[in-house]
Write a protein that binds this ligand. Structure first.
Ligand SMILES: [Zn+2]
Length: 400
């Protein structure tokens, strides 16, 4: 029963801009650490909405949202942060989520990257996070996220939902690995999504998976809780092995952890990472000149993470066109808008994964050849591999 407020009683309001919570009463909770923590949430769909809402209520200081999609009516039934008006103007999911987070808790600072996790987020960004949370709907993106986190020794929390079923895993380099656990069927699915490597990527579309806001709420809550354990350094209690939830029969299983395999493509840490005065807005010529001087090698070679397409040819009409664009960006929409290619398969007839002083387009910037701000580039010099961070882009990471 609610008690009536006595007349003349003094109402004590919480100080403005102070998040009034009881979290500090939790034995393992470190208020100041949580307030200054940085968390990357990849995907702002059904799961992402739940995770973002929870992080906001838990007063996590800095949230980076990565998503390339905009809001559609179909998202509304399972996305607590989105409204009908957001669909009407086709707003970006990440921008609207950021707006709502600031509305709910003005203490939380947010930044958005409207891009694809597989190509648009620099490793230096990952490196500056305390934990990464994957709220993704496909295995390829999870695989890329796993590899990126492994390179900079970062823990990530994966969640997946389908029907009334959900799973959560926490992956920590050297302790657990997403790629090690992929089945033959998973690899088939990933290869299908990647398509034929010689053919420009067509926009893949995925059939809609039935989910409910209840399953995403449960899975997103567990993901957030595990991420908070990572932030608080509560290592002893971080989940080991997969958590499986099935809502029809109320089944919750904690499966035994599987140690990482001996050999796996994900197990590749960038060490040591060198900082530099370089930026993704430097030209290739400027970058090579600095690298040459710094590493004392006449011809340092930059190894690209993804193929850079230099020429495409239409399959039927056999028209050849030069270009300088990462192959992964060559979607149907891009080819139609920029190269007037419509309804035809396009073959990549010239591409490279290595850049040195003989490269034809030295005046292009690193960003133009697919290297995102604050990335860590791999450079071969003096027969050795170097990991150089584009540290001049540090200001790119700016929460507000
Ligand atoms: Zn592995």
């Amino acid at each position: 029963m609610q008690r009536a407020t006595p007349r003349n009683a003094i109402t004590v309001k919480p100080k403005s801009k102070e998040w009034d919570s009881t979290f500090h009463l939790l034995s393992w909770w470190k208020t100041e650490i949580v307030k200054s923590a940085s968390v990357m949430v990849v995907g702002a769909g059904a799961l992402g909405n739940e995770v973002l809402k929870n992080l906001t209520l838990m007063n996590v200081g800095n949230i980076l949202i990565v998503d390339f999609d905009h809001i559609e009516y179909a998202n509304l039934s399972r996305s607590v942060l989105f409204r009908e008006k957001d669909c009407e103007i086709k707003s970006q999911k990440s921008d609207i989520a950021a707006e709502r987070i600031r509305e709910i808790n003005p203490n939380v600072k947010v930044q958005t990257i409207n891009g694809d996790i597989t190509i648009d987020v620099g490793l230096g960004v990952f490196r500056r996070m305390d934990v990464v949370i994957g709220c993704l709907d496909n295995r390829l993106a999870r695989l890329m996220l796993n590899r990126a986190c492994y390179k900079v020794n970062k823990a990530w929390v994966d969640g997946a939902i389908e029907n009334l079923t959900g799973i959560v895993n926490v992956y920590r380099p050297n302790l657990s690995c997403y790629e090690c656990n992929l089945s033959k069927n998973d690899w088939f699915n990933i290869r299908y999504r990647l398509g034929c490597p010689d053919v420009a990527r067509r926009n893949y579309s995925q059939g809609r998976i039935p989910t409910t806001p209840i399953t995403s709420s449960i899975v997103g809550a567990i993901q957030t809780q595990e991420a908070l354990k990572v932030i608080n350094g509560n290592d002893k209690h971080i989940m080991e092995g997969e958590l499986y939830y099935e809502g029809m029969n109320n089944l919750v299983l904690q499966l035994a952890p599987k140690p990482p395999k001996e050999i796996c493509f994900s197990h590749f840490a960038y060490d040591p990472i060198e900082t530099s005065p370089l930026s993704a807005s430097n030209t290739i010529a400027e970058t090579l000149a600095w690298l040459s001087d710094h590493l004392r090698d006449e011809n340092p070679v930059i190894l690209l993470d993804n193929e850079l397409a230099l020429q495409i040819t239409t399959k039927e009409s056999e028209i050849t066109m030069p270009l300088v664009k990462p192959s992964l960006y060559l979607t149907e929409k891009y080819l139609e808008q920029n190269h007037s290619v419509k309804g035809e398969d396009v073959l990549i007839t010239k591409e490279t994964k290595e850049i040195d002083k003989h490269f034809e387009f030295l005046e292009k910037t690193l960003h133009e050849i697919g290297i995102p701000p604050l990335h860590i580039i791999r450079v071969i010099a003096n027969e050795d591999i170097h990991f150089i961070e584009l540290t001049a882009d540090e200001g790119f990471l700016s929460f507000s």
